[in-house]
Design a protein around this ligand. Sequence first.
Ligand SMILES: Cc1cc2nc3c(=O)[nH]c(=O)nc-3n(C[C@H](O)[C@H](O)[C@H](O)COP(=O)(O)OP(=O)(O)OC[C@H]3O[C@@H](n4cnc5c(N)ncnc54)[C@H](O)[C@@H]3O)c2cc1C
Length: 538
Amino acid sequence: MVLEQAKAKAIRWLEDNRGLVIVVFCLPASFLFDLFIQFRIWLDRKLSVTTTHQHRVQKIQDQVTEWSKLPASEKKPLCTARPNWLSLSTTFFDKKKCHQVPIDLHDVLSLDEDNLTVTVEPNVTVREICKYLIPKGYTLAVTLEIGDATLGGLAFGVGMTTYSHKVGLYQEAIVSYEVVTADGKVIHVTDSNEHSDLFYCLPWSHGTLGFLVGLTLRIVKVKPYVHMKYIPCHSQEDYCKKIMELSGATDRDTKVADYLEVTIYNKEEAVIMVGNFADVDPRSKAKVNDVCWFYKPWFYKHVETFLKKGGEEYIPLESYLLRHNRAIFWVLESMIPFGNHPVFRAFLGWLCPPKPAFLKFTTTQAVREMTFAKQVFQDIVMPLDTLKEQVDTAVKLFDTYPLLVYPCRIYNHKGGAPQGQLRAPPKSRLVPGTNYSMFNDLGVYGTPGPVERREPYNPTYAMRAMEKFTRDVGGYSFLYADIFMNEEEFNEMFDMTLYNQVRGKYHCDRAFPRLYDKVKPEIDVIAIGETYAMKKDD
Ligand SMILES: Cc1cc2nc3c(=O)[nH]c(=O)nc-3n(C[C@H](O)[C@H](O)[C@H](O)COP(=O)(O)OP(=O)(O)OC[C@H]3O[C@@H](n4cnc5c(N)ncnc54)[C@H](O)[C@@H]3O)c2cc1C
């Protein structure tokens, strides 16, 4: 009893002083951890320069072939050997239950400036491809604002950015995949060759259909800066209406901006960001703002200042693309509540953000359960015309701000026939005269209001209600985050028709875990949610 009380007090102290704990222990440790990881990656690359891509892929094929010769009783399902903690997913898939195959593929392979494509190995990160492409005058058509995300992870998970209202999800910018199948063969998968069925199922497949060993992505020509216009909105109706218009959701001929995003600060107040590639006239240099410098305010805090009165400025392109990296969108605020203070930024800002890999590496079972129960990380794709209901539902269930909104096209590729895990949008929702509908990512990250206020909160109830709403409006939960659906509900949200066919055709059934089994949380989220809901804070 006494021990229990002491433990509860210690936990409360850690919660109340989490910022201090993170600054004193986690930031320096995360910095050293990152140096070590960077050194290891550098060493791996130095060692691999003597080998060709074909040679590296052959090694992976050989391992799959060796696995296939194992007796059935020793054959565990295949997965990559990339440690869980290196991945950005919030779940911890138990790789010990699998036969792990190292995928040591970190190189940019070629740039085709005539056809505007770049071919890469899957472990190239967003930061690396920015450094490679931007000086040459290009960027990926779709990327993500987190520098450590890998191009392969985005391909087999999902990627979306503020350019997605023009081109759709990351998968729409993939020209071809190079895949090692369960039979140990290497195949090139495009939307028009004999593997086109697989082409449509690889996105959102999370490595359950084969190993990704290469991919060719569309790039776009860019200018060195992004001209940003910040438009304040003071009513829900206003931002919902404006974003429909600005994204081209109401009229396909609307001249849309290159980048478009909304940050919602409370139900009625939001800032819409409209960005366009730009050159900077030396006379207007005063308006250039490199938002990524460690001493600058966190990006979403900077944007919030435009609520009073709109404004405009130029941001260097790379800084624009990684603008949310330093505060991990706004996740850092719940870790270091004073992290945006100018004094903190000036002295310790350069240590931020703590590496997601470090945070995951040091996550114990108890911390995992507590963060899942007391925080929310969700990205959900839903039809943009339901934005008002999305915000109302998220606010009712989680009561946390800001909320992130990125408009995004979802295409009907096959006239309504199965086209992978995402269904074709209904005809009634297509932008008139096109084969796409305008959806949006709703990003909900942070500590739910009731948890902040120490009021009763049941994460299981909240998450399941959000998932039900998502299914009802024909949306999809990103699978990097915890899901609370049972398999039946999962199969209702995602279309598994083509996926199941492809699993048979490419002999995946005994080789790779099924999608639901791969992405469902490794902990019993329902039971833990109920336990935390009943726990009384003392
Ligand atoms: C706070 C936060 C905000 C986010 N916001 C967004 C957002 O706005 N938009 C967005 O698109 N995403 C967002 N994400 C999610 C992020 O895009 C995903 O986690 C994504 O999967 C990339 O992460 P990763 O490179 O670590 O991939 P991983 O998690 O490592 O990989 C994704 C999946 O693919 C599998 N895989 C990876 N490589 C291979 C391979 N070579 N062969 C076979 N299987 C493979 C993995 O096993 C895993 O199941 C956010 C994440 C966080 C934490």
